[in-house]
Design a protein around this ligand. Sequence first.
Ligand code: ADP
Ligand code: ADP
Length: 232
Amino acid sequence: MIQFEGVTKVYNSGGNEVRALNGIDLHVKQGEICGVIGFSGAGKSTLIRTVNLLERPSSGKIIVDNLDLTALSQKEVRQVKRKIGMVFQHFNLLNSKTVFANVAMPLLLAKASQKEIKQRVTELLSFVGLEDKANQYPDQLSGGQKQRVGIARALATQPSILLCDEATSALDPQTTGSILKLLKKINQEYNITILMITHEMSVIREVCDRVAVIEGGKIIESGSVFDVFSNP
Ligand code: ADP
Ligand code: ADP
């Protein structure tokens, strides 16, 4: 689970203060798919970057599985990073490395043995349906296939949380559907909690259990997808 308690983030940009997050309170329950939707500039990326430890909140707390992310030792930072997988809009694959090597990267960083890496990467590629692409390079793949590699990489260290940053925004509608199905399967089969940010209502409707609407760095509404989006 992920719990945001009064999280603020103030950037200092050329002498000006930008309040990207302004008192975020949000509880993402274990095993659910929670969507955060909002327009450009609302604070979505900043929100996800605070969970991924790429950005430190200016104030407030973020609790992940009983650990406060704002007060971690160096050792805990490494542990938490392994528990959190990240899927990007533009995939962030290394083009000079094969599909296999891309998926193996987090395992190498975690100092897994060659045997473990071989076994885990093979299993992951089969899970995402790319067992026959292991030796290809990202340039040889379609957008949907690249995102499957990105998802396999995000799952490599067996995270309990998957963060998706506009994971389908660069894909056509049909490919989007198949990637969303894959994310749902990951959520159901592995009981992984998913926090998904998007500007697309259709994505939220398709897979999310709950949704929070973010505007000006604040959650202005949250609840079940049905409650938030059904018109009275
Ligand atoms: P979204 O992902 O919803 O588009 P962001 O989290 O990227 O929103 O941005 C929220 C606000 O914070 C925007 O006003 C943006 O310009 C500002 N912002 C984001 N990153 C930085 C940064 N590194 N430095 C200064 N301002 C930033
Ligand atoms: P750098 O940290 O200098 O960008 P890396 O080789 O660590 O170099 O990463 C290169 C690219 O791969 C980056 O775009 C990064 O976002 C992505 N990347 C690396 N490791 C991971 C990971 N475990 N999960 C997701 N993306 C990763």
